[in-house]
Design a protein around this ligand. Structure first.
Ligand SMILES: NC(=O)C1=CN([C@@H]2O[C@H](COP(=O)(O)OP(=O)(O)OC[C@H]3O[C@@H](n4cnc5c(N)ncnc54)[C@H](O)[C@@H]3O)[C@@H](O)[C@H]2O)C=CC1
Ligand SMILES: NCC(=O)COP(=O)(O)O
Length: 372
């Protein structure tokens, strides 16, 4: 509680509001970095950093954040991934990082640099860079399972993962459509859970996520929409917003124009908004999604509930591709990642931006620090 208060005071002074964790431009890199700064070494959360799918940009980004000192600055980080791939990334990009290999979390210390634990085989000589492949998919599943088991045993307080590839994890027989569902499944989580995408001060939750566009309409239900609204409300309240304002997207052009182009607004979206309002949530809509994001970025709404993946991601990625953060929302385990994916077209070329993963890392440190 004292530590929680300390962090709260730190943020409160910075943002001018007592014990408010994430208002204003909280998703901006400089604000995130300030917010997680100032803790003594032994107060920093222990955060697992998964190097991600080795065919993509994950190992490069993780190694570069370590070399820039970002990982140590905000947490007691433990890098998890294939140790040969980790070394290969450091050598390939000529990075100077103090690190030490440990067998398990039980022996880890931070006296000799960043601890690294070998998890998930991705031998650089075996994997095909820039290609979806099963070896990397299997390694990512192993990293996720290991990190979740550590969290359940109280050894870590949060997880930040470099990009994973859902296609590769499927090739490796993942039991879930995406890592979001996998985390939830492994944690035995109940209640609303789903991907939250965040850029600057705007948060989004989704009613549907990784499904074919042709299936969206049939999967929109009053319950599903209410859950996405509740997840937005709960997450923002947890983050310190006392009265989050939530805008809900329509599905159809011009919000259906009174049934002229689509009936989902009247049939499921409006009833869900009424249901959420009845529960005391400040949810409004359905609004045409081509203008709702403009209002959210202007400050009218703190969160936007989208009906499907691209409805939100196109807006956020266009506005700030390099800065976006993804939070695995609704879990009892703080978990974040960058907004972008494995970027196979630029993998191992040394040109990937580290910004989004840095933001995601700062965010998880902040979330994990609060839970200590
Ligand atoms: N954090 C995560 O684990 C995420 C994983 N994914 C997964 O990644 C895979 C590929 O996803 P895509 O949608 O094709 O998109 P992508 O984000 O991997 O790539 C889209 C475009 O953005 C560029 N790009 C991506 N990251 C960049 C960076 N750091 N710096 C500069 N340019 C960058 C790429 O070069 C490419 O042209 C999929 O399997 C997807 O499921 C997608 C988003 C997030
Ligand atoms: N769990 C992260 C994730 O799935 C990222 O992909 P996207 O849904 O943001 O494309």
């Amino acid at each position: 509680m004292i530590k929680k208060l300390r962090l709260g005071i730190h943020l409160g002074i910075h943002l001018g509001i007592p014990y408010v964790v994430l208002p204003g431009n909280a998703g901006r890199t400089e604000d995130l970095r300030k917010a997680v700064g100032g803790l003594e070494k032994n107060e920093k959360p222990v955060v697992a950093v998964l190097i991600g799918d080795g065919s993509g940009v994950g190992p490069e980004l993780t190694a570069k954040l370590a070399a820039k000192g970002i990982l140590n600055e905000h947490a007691r980080p433990v890098v998890m991934g294939d140790v040969h791939l980790w070394k290969y990334a450091l050598e390939t990009f000529d990075l100077n990082v103090n690190w030490k290999l440990f067998d398990s979390m039980d022996t880890v210390d931070w006296e000799h640099g960043i601890p690294v634990i070998h998890v998930g085989d991705q031998d650089p000589g075996m994997i095909e860079k820039g290609k979806v492949n099963q070896i990397c998919g299997k390694a990512c599943l192993d990293m996720i399972c290991y990190a979740v088991s550590l969290f359940k045993n109280g050894k870590i307080q949060g997880v930040c993962y470099a990009p994973l590839n859902k296609g590769a994890m499927k090739l490796a027989d993942s039991p879930a459509a995406s890592e979001t569902e996998l985390f939830s499944m492994l944690l035995g989580q109940e209640g609303e859970c789903g991907e939250i995408n965040m850029l600057d001060q705007v948060w989004t939750t989704r009613v549907t996520s990784h499904i074919p566009v042709s299936a969206i309409s049939s999967q929109l239900t009053v319950d599903g929409i209410v859950q996405a609204i509740c997840l937005a409300d709960k997450t923002l309240k947890k983050a310190g917003y006392r009265h989050p304002k939530i805008g809900v997207c329509a599905l159809n052009p011009h919000a259906g124009e009174g049934g002229l182009c689509g009936d989902e607004e009247g049939r499921v979206i409006s009833p869900a908004i009424r249901e959420a309002s009845g529960r005391g949530i400040d949810a409004q809509g359905p609004f045409a999604s081509d203008t709702l994001f403009k209002q959210a970025f202007d400050g009218t709404y703190n969160a936007v509930v989208t009906m499907y993946h691209d409805q939100g991601q196109i807006a956020l990625k266009l506005k700030g591709f390099e800065r976006g953060i993804t939070i695995v929302g609704g879990l009892n385990m703080p978990a974040t990642t960058c907004a972008h994916g494995t970027a196979h077209d630029i993998a191992w070329k040394g040109i990937a931006s580290t910004q989004s993963l840095e933001n995601a890392f700062c965010m998880v440190c902040r979330m994990a620090g609060e839970s200590i």
